[in-house]
Write a protein that binds this ligand. Structure first.
Ligand code: SPV
Ligand code: MG
Length: 298
């Protein structure tokens, strides 16, 4: 079963698909180990790991390398945040082929102008491209995919940009008609009201995806009862890593010995497990036995 298929099946069988953001192979694997349904390879977190702004600074190749190493490291589906699609329809077409061949389950593109800025930035630049231009990108994405289960998620930024609910609904319908498999409705409000209103007014069949970073007190049950099918916790792993590393580093610079931080960091053993170090050791043993059989080792 392809990972796109796996994601489609989860959409059919689960009340809500829980996706968590990651920024590299290790964080993606932790997302998997801790029971999430899928990984979000988000542009904010990947940009942050390069210590650059989430403002279309990294190239497609850099985002692709990060997302594909996440897909290599885990079995659950990876949803790649592909910003504005790194150009026009031809760029989107090339991008879809690359991401799909790397075993990524879905891509998400948003209808903002290039270069884009993070949607949650205070006074960020959130201009929209025309509906027609974005529809062209969706059509290109749809034509480029080979596996019908590879998902194209169209991210509607009308509420973020201030264009309003009517525009958001109109665009979502147009994107679905063009071939989008899901609609991500993004909001930077502190409460989920506008997202719930969108879901109530949405007449399409495509599942609705949300990222409740700013309305973080919303409960999973409320998302479910308001027709939300995919929830993405986009950047908490990155922020946890930042907070934890900063705290430990502050302690370490002022301490006389490493033993002071020992209780607060993972063990080497934890990391050996994550890296599957013992698999290598077991394989070495097997290899030794094979070489013995062949008479190379006595
Ligand atoms: C990301 O995680 O990169 C996103 C979500 O696109 S947001 O930061 O809210 O724009
Ligand atoms: Mg992003």
């Amino acid at each position: 079963m392809s990972r796109g298929q796996n994601l489609s099946q989860m959409l059919n069988s689960k009340p809500i698909v829980k996706v968590c953001g990651a920024f590299d192979a290790m964080s993606a694997k932790l997302v998997e180990i801790n029971g999430f349904d899928a990984v979000w390879a988000g542009s904010f977190a990947i940009s942050a790991t390069h210590a650059v702004p989430d403002a279309s600074i990294l190239t497609m190749t850099e985002f692709f390398d990060a997302a594909s190493s996440m897909a290599e490291a885990c079995k659950i589906p990876v949803i790649a945040d592909c910003d504005t699609g790194y150009g026009g329809p031809s760029n989107v077409s090339h991008m879809v082929k690359k991401y799909e061949s790397a075993g990524i389950a879905a891509i998400c593109i948003e209808d903002k102008t290039f270069p884009k800025q993070n949607s949650l930035l205070e006074n960020g630049q959130n201009d929209l491209i025309s509906e027609k231009e974005f529809v062209a990108k969706i059509i290109a994405a749809k034509e480029a995919k080979r596996d019908q289960n590879f998902m194209i998620i169209a991210r509607v930024e009308a509420l973020i940009s201030g264009a309003g609910m009517t525009e958001a609904l109109k665009r979502a319908s147009a994107y679905e008609k063009a071939g989008a498999d899901a609609i991500l409705i993004h909001s930077k409000k502190k409460t989920p009201e506008e997202v719930f209103e969108f879901a109530k007014l949405w007449k399409g069949n495509s599942p609705i995806v949300v990222i409740p970073t700013t309305y973080d007190s919303v409960k999973t049950d409320e998302l479910i009862s308001n027709k939300i099918k995919i929830v993405i916790y986009a950047n908490q792993t990155l922020r946890a890593a930042y907070a934890s590393m900063s705290k430990i580093l502050k302690q370490m610079i002022n301490s006389n010995s490493l033993s002071e931080v020992k209780e607060e960091i993972s063990s080497m053993e934890d990391i050996f497990q994550l890296q599957e170090m013992y698999d290598i050791k077991a394989k070495e043993k097997d290899l030794e036995n094979e070489l013995k059989k062949l008479g190379y080792i006595s």
